[in-house]
Design a protein. Structure first.
Length: 161
């Protein structure tokens, strides 16, 4: 911003560049309200809950045939069929891929839960800061000439929020 560009001008240019990049990815373009970021807590909660339910369902349904598959593989192997080893290998591949899906569902669910809580905390903090800045507009505090003249203001005790 040393070239004389104001913050507002630079911010507007950055937002326009970001919007152009996102328009190629998101056919919906910018939000209808013109907001920079729109978080719909209900939608995030629904997706997180769906990921949780999918995790639960996959966990039980995905390993439904595990004991039968292992028994069949052992029986075939004991009878001298190569199919027993192949069935064991197929089961191991299935269990590995199932675990990848379970981990992904858990990560989505946990991340969305965290994001909703974190975003709400951020919103509350920003609202408190904006509210405090509005109050300070009404305070009539004359500027001081030096650091020696700065009045001592005691620090608040306990939690601020």
């Amino acid at each position: 911003m040393s070239d004389g560009t104001s913050f507002d001008q630079e911010w507007a240019e950055l937002k326009a560049k970001a919007r152009m990049r996102l328009d190629g990815v998101d056919p919906g373009g910018p939000s209808p309200s013109g907001a920079d970021l729109v978080v719909k807590y209900d939608d995030m909660g629904k997706i997180g809950h769906s990921a949780f339910l999918l995790h639960q369902h996959l966990s039980s349904a995905g390993s439904h045939a595990k004991s039968h598959t292992e028994a069949a593989a052992k029986s075939l192997g004991d009878d001298g069929f190569d199919m027993g080893a192949a069935l064991t290998e197929a089961d191991e591949g299935w269990q590995s891929q199932l675990q990848v899906l379970l981990d992904a569902c858990a990560q989505i669910s946990n991340h969305l839960d965290y994001s909703v809580k974190s975003s709400r905390r951020d919103d509350d903090l920003i609202a408190a800061q904006v509210s405090a800045s509005k109050i300070s507009e009404y305070l009539d505090v004359p500027p001081t000439a030096s650091d020696d003249e700065v009045p001592h203001i005691p620090k608040a005790e306990g939690p601020v929020m």
